[in-house]
Design a protein around this ligand. Structure first.
Ligand SMILES: Cc1cc2nc3c(=O)[nH]c(=O)nc-3n(C[C@H](O)[C@H](O)[C@H](O)COP(=O)(O)O)c2cc1C
Ligand code: SF4
Length: 608
């Protein structure tokens, strides 16, 4: 029997402690729940009721928040909570074998809690450690390079009930593998330098913050989160809104499977990130800032808080920054709780407000009405770093690397089948082939650039270039050699999207599940040619009718692999139909037409 049910006194103490860090306000719902859970291990109903009453929100709202985030638990969990990272690159390095071994040794089934309440083991979407695959989280702390031996050691430590702070330190040491650095990673910028440069530019030009905006625009900086929106234009449009206060948000959700470059920047270059945010605050006249840190990076929280505190002491945050009266800017950190869609800018803002991360309708744009209806900019971690350096060294310096349309450099997170996984910084325009050579990739048949929502390219496209004129990417670069089955890779991504769909809109909620089911059916040898047609039709429908970028891109890995690696699909169809007694697909064609299923896209599109 599980004995992990906390007493009333323990619940009260946990909620009160969370409320000391997060004053009672509905926007703090997620943070209060998260911190309460950190103390209790899970969230009993009595804790939810206590949080609801303290924050003045309904119990239904609180339950809805808990149900939405996969790292919030309304059921008892093990004292030790082991979550295996479940990206395709983890699986390629044996994560499923390790999961089986751990479950066997600890006498627990995946997704369940052991009888004695000691441990629960489960899978979770990529935890941003693909350079150290397979990896896992134990009570939120990352452990990389989990080979059979390390898995066994982890089991022993758990069985001996060893407190986490007595585990070997090297288990939790996340080594950043920087394989190639360039102007961004090499820059020795000291705290305050970019902020002072911004003030100097404003003074010299005599145009105030507009001088900073002009420099960012002239640098032609495009957002590094993937979509490539022009940063200067976004900032300017926000700064022009008549409403104050304005808000600067750093998107540190880094949920795209295969990326881990923001982990490096937040861990090693936290000052540079904050420098960029502070420059942005000056440029748009913002006083409030947030870093939205993905739950999987909770281990970076103390370091980031310490950096913020130091900068406050040094007059680089808080009031009168750099002694300039009226230049006030505070930054808080909100920690996410295991939801990929919260990386989408408007979903992120919903989450910042303490709610479920459902993407908003647009218009209005966030620049007009974002956090609490205030003008808000949301930028990627790397974008803020680039902005800080632009202000320090000038637009011309920035434009000197990269290509005409894609200025500057890009950090790539390289993982999968290569000798040297890690972070590579290149000027935009580098070919895929060059990256593969540098990473020691051999016998490569495909690369998934930009994560599951990016593009899967085959050998004949390795001369294509990273950049907004050709292959856009937030930074994920997963390599597959000839031992890999691209159908299985795509099937894995279909599961990922079905799992991460927030369920708000029908095309995505239903479509991603149908795609996952179709891929499983084909895997089971029960697929037909018609299923391949349905996948293509569903894919088109999802792109057209989804409410946000998740649904729009959910079919991409399937459509890409169907277009480039069709034999990987057809092989399964052939092996399924050993010698069919009759043409099942053909026989069903008429029924499909009668029920409208031959036009699967339009049919589903007409749903509520
Ligand atoms: C499902 C989904 C997940 C996303 N995840 C992230 C993320 O983890 N980090 C990020 O910077 N942008 C992410 N984005 C893009 C953001 O919506 C937004 O475009 C970006 O933060 C803007 O910053 P940038 O202009 O500096 O790139 C995501 C978009 C979608 C649709
Ligand atoms: S497209 Fe998917 S993730 Fe986006 S709002 Fe619709 S259901 Fe949610």
């Amino acid at each position: 029997m599980n004995t992990n049910t906390p007493s009333e006194a323990a619940i009260e103490a946990a909620v009160q402690a969370a409320l000391r860090a997060w004053p009672p306000d509905p926007t703090h719902t997620l943070q209060v729940l998260r911190e309460t859970q950190e103390r209790l291990g899970w969230l009993p109903e009595a804790a939810l009721a206590r949080v609801a009453a303290s924050l003045g929100v309904s119990i239904a709202t609180v339950r809805g928040v808990v149900a939405f985030y996969s790292f919030l638990y309304a059921e008892p969990m093990g004292e030790y909570r082991v979550l295996f990272s479940d990206n395709v690159t983890d699986r390629m390095r044996g994560s499923e074998d390790r999961l089986r071994e751990v479950c066997q040794k600890l006498w627990v089934e995946p997704g369940k809690v052991s009888e004695d309440g000691l441990v629960s083991v489960d899978r979770t979407s990529s935890i941003g450690m693909c350079d150290h695959a397979p990896s896992l989280l134990v009570n939120g702390r990352p452990v990389g390079d989990v080979d059979a031996r390390r898995a066994e050691e982890i089991c022993d430590l758990i069985l001996a009930r060893t407190p986490l702070d007595q585990w070997p330190r090297e288990f939790f040491a996340v080594e950043d593998l920087v394989r190639r650095s360039d102007v961004l990673l090499d820059d020795p910028l000291r705290p305050g330098e970019a902020v002072r440069s911004a003030l100097e530019r404003a003074e010299t030009a005599g145009s105030g913050p507009q001088a900073v905006l002009d420099e960012i625009k002239s640098a032609r900086l495009l957002g590094r989160g993937g979509a490539g929106f022009t940063t200067g234009v976004k900032w300017e449009s926000c700064g022009r809104q008549p409403v104050t206060p304005r808000v600067v948000v750093c998107n540190a959700d880094e949920g795209e499977p295969g990326t881990f470059k923001d982990r490096l920047l937040l861990g090693r270059r936290a000052d540079l990130v904050l420098e960029g945010m502070t420059v942005a605050a000056y440029a748009i006249g913002a006083t409030q800032g947030f870093i939205y840190l993905r739950g999987e990076y909770r281990h970076l929280l103390d370091h980031l808080l310490a950096t913020i505190e130091r900068r406050r002491r040094d007059g680089l945050l808080g009031s009168s920054i750099c002694g300039r009266a009226g230049f006030d800017f505070e930054v808080r950190i909100h920690v996410g709780a295991g939801s990929y869609v919260c990386g989408e800018a408007s979903a992120l803002v919903e989450s910042l407000e303490g709610r479920r991360g459902i993407p908003r309708n647009r218009p209005p744009r966030l620049a007009e009405k974002g956090y609490l209806q205030r003008p808000t900019i949301v930028n990627n971690v790397e974008s803020y770093c680039a902005a800080a350096l632009i202000v320090r060294h000038g637009a011309e310096w920035f434009r000197a690397s990269g290509t005409e349309r894609s200025c500057g450099t890009k950090l790539l997170s390289v993982s999968g089948d290569c000798e040297r996984p890690g972070i590579y910084e290149y000027p935009f325009g580098v070919t895929v082939r060059q990256v593969l050579d540098d990473a020691g990739a051999r016998d490569t048949i495909a690369v998934q650039v930009g994560g599951p929502s990016g593009v899967c390219i085959g050998q004949d496209e390795f001369d294509r270039r990273i950049g907004f004129e050709d292959i856009e990417t937030g930074g994920s670069f997963m390599v597959f050699d000839s031992s890999r089955d691209l159908f299985e890779v795509a099937r894995h991504f279909a599961h990922f999207f079905a799992h991460e769909s927030c369920g708000f809109c029908t095309p995505c909620r239903v479509g991603t599940s149908l795609l996952r089911n179709l891929m499983d059916k084909i895997r089971d040898g029960k697929g037909s040619q018609h299923d391949l047609v349905t996948i293509e039709e569903l894919g088109r429908l999802l792109r057209r009718a989804s409410h946000c970028g998740l649904g729009e891109s959910a079919s991409r890995p399937l459509l890409d692999t169907l277009a480039r690696f069709r034999p990987a699909y057809e092989r399964r169809l052939e092996s399924s139909a050993v010698e069919p007694a009759f043409d099942l697909d053909g026989a069903l064609a008429r029924a499909r037409r009668m029920t409208g299923r031959d036009d699967a896209g339009a049919h589903i599109g007409e749903g509520p």
